[in-house]
Design a protein around this ligand. Sequence first.
Ligand SMILES: Nc1ncnc2c1ncn2[C@@H]1O[C@H](COP(=O)(O)OP(=O)(O)O)[C@@H](O)[C@H]1O
Ligand SMILES: [Mg+2]
Length: 362
Amino acid sequence: MASIRFDKVGKRYANGFVAIENLDLEIRDREFLVLLGPSGCGKSTTLNMIAGLEEVTSGKLCFGDQLVNDIPPDRRDVAMVFQSYALYPHKTVYENIAFGLRMRRTPQAEVDARVRSAAQKLAITHLLDRRPSQLSGGQRQRVALGRAMVRRPAVFLMDEPLSNLDAALRISMRAEIKQLHEEMQTTFVYVTHDQAEALTLADRIVVMNDGAIEQIGTPHDIYEKPATIFVASFLGAPPINTLDGEIGGASGRPVFRCGDVALALPPAIAAPTGSKATLGLRAEDVTLDPKAQDDVAIDGVVNSILPIGSDQFIGMKVAGREFFFRLAKDQACAIGDRVRLAALTNRLHVFDAASGRSLAGG
Ligand SMILES: Nc1ncnc2c1ncn2[C@@H]1O[C@H](COP(=O)(O)OP(=O)(O)O)[C@@H](O)[C@H]1O
Ligand SMILES: [Mg+2]
């Protein structure tokens, strides 16, 4: 059983800094869990506590039913892949991959079988005699993965393993890591600050902010139903458009108002008339529609156009803020055009201005 449970876990570093406070989290057996958040929010600290590389200073950390707070790293059945790869420069690829098995005095025939099987999966068999300095960044990362794979750990931990790779390689390695998870059938805990990486890899995402959890959910939930303005703003490229305004009510239906913007909200939005709110509107959640009804319309003058091949982003000022919208490339518009967009009402996000929490009911 490789489920992992954090029960009110805290981490106070030796200098007194509290990096993690009251963390409650249940990682399921064999799931691909991604810890996502900005630099410094406590992702590595959390992962290192699972690995046993950092001590838990309050609360309980359990693997299955076993309390592991005081279990040393080498007795936790976990393997970790670091951003820096941490390969031994003087050892061959083969010996780098074999290293953990040698430490455990695994018989040579078993070492050889496992190293070759991992190398084959990672398509690096032809590199086994080389040294790390003779490899590209992507190949080094594969070796680091191989070294963790041969251990056949119950839990696979990865801390920003793709951050040092170029953009194209990152995308192809994502697919490989996903494949690896399917083949290995073990629990993966993966740290990244890259929202796209999290959305493509995760069964569930844990969004962290300042040492605490903002939201836990499937990529779909996190993207479609952000619990806070922080989550809404952290996921999506370009970032979600936001506007500070007020909830109004006309004929029983809530409306968001700010300057000349007045948008009908989904009926489930639960907030009294007059309350301060922040609207979130994703770039893709509009259509170009000259005939749009007033209560869904956003009017403005196009001030920038960024074609991205499949689509185009247009920029325009909305109630004094610069908004970006994504339109199909065949929707003709030019800089200086006055356009009317229709917001997809049921995709609007509204947050309480003070707490930042979503006002969506249910
Ligand atoms: N050994 C340490 N001593 C004191 N503070 C630390 C130590 N390691 C990390 N921190 C602090 O803890 C916070 C979380 O760090 P970290 O878990 O590395 O964040 P992330 O991986 O999300 O970027 C940061 O503010 C960082 O400066
Ligand atoms: Mg980190």
